[in-house]
Design a protein around this ligand. Structure first.
Ligand code: ZN
Length: 254
């Protein structure tokens, strides 16, 4: 089984389309799964939700999906305003059937999911929607990492930080650049894998990020793909409720 791993789309339609095009044309996957945060920050939340609903086998509930759907908790002012604007975009739908289908999809996003040796959560195994596992935690927070890994039997797939890479239970963190883009799943040992963000990368590389898991071959490949960042920035700048910085950060990948 080859599975494309996408996460943190954040209403960025241009990035999502380019990633899906590349997956379709070059990655020969059996399915696509989404690790959460379809919504929030970006200018095309409804279109992205429609596409994820159609193309992904399943999707997880991210904190921004939760924020737009229920209530934005622990959000800064810009993110909270974006969450209310995002919800309002869904409420604009005048066709009751289309509206019901979308709310149904969003309302059934999974908090956690599992297949084979893999546990999937948006944030972390102990706080699946909201806890971040940052690269620096591998150095600065050994107790946190031990507690997180206590809940990982073999492998865990996460999103949320928008930083691609692999955590081992040493603990250690390896960005894709340290791995030549490929992580080999070991026979022994546990790891947590983050495919990075499609719609808002934060590792100073503005290109959209995703990964492909090949269970039989026993590896995960990390991929980056360029998309039309400028046109997304223009769309964000055109929406008063979306703070300009939400667009500007896309240019820098932070
Ligand atoms: Zn996110």
């Amino acid at each position: 089984m080859r599975t494309a791993l996408i996460s943190d789309v954040h209403g960025n339609l241009e990035a999502l389309q380019v990633v899906l095009d590349e997956i379709d044309s070059e990655r020969s996957v059996d399915r696509i799964i989404c690790l959460g945060d379809i919504l929030g920050y970006g200018p095309d939340p409804v279109a992205c939700a429609e596409i994820i609903a159609e193309r992904c086998e399943w999707a997880l509930m991210g904190n921004h999906d939760y924020g737009a759907l229920y209530e934005p908790t622990n959000f800064n002012a810009a993110a909270e305003q974006a969450a209310y604007w995002t919800r309002a975009q869904f409420e604009l739908e005048t066709d009751p059937k289309a509206a019901a289908r979308r709310w149904e999809f969003l309302g059934h996003l999974r908090v956690r999911s599992a297949f084979g040796d893999f546990l999937c959560v948006h944030g972390s195994p102990r706080r699946p929607i909201n806890e971040y596992i940052f690269p620096e935690d591998a150095v600065n927070s050994p107790v946190k990492m031990r507690q997180v890994f206590e809940r990982v039997t073999r492998y865990c797939l996460v999103g949320h930080t928008h930083v691609p890479g692999v955590f081992t239970d040493e603990p250690d963190f390896y960005p894709p650049s340290d791995l030549d883009g490929r992580w080999k799943l070991e026979d022994e040992g546990r790891c947590i894998i983050n495919p990075g963000s499609v719609g808002q990368p934060r590792d100073l590389d503005p290109r959209a990020s995703y990964a492909v898991l090949d269970e039989e071959a026993g590896h995960v490949d990390f991929h980056r793909v360029e998309y039309d960042v400028e046109s997304v920035v223009r769309k964000i700048h055109a929406v008063p409720e979306l703070t300009n910085w939400l667009g500007d950060r896309l240019l820098e990948g932070r």
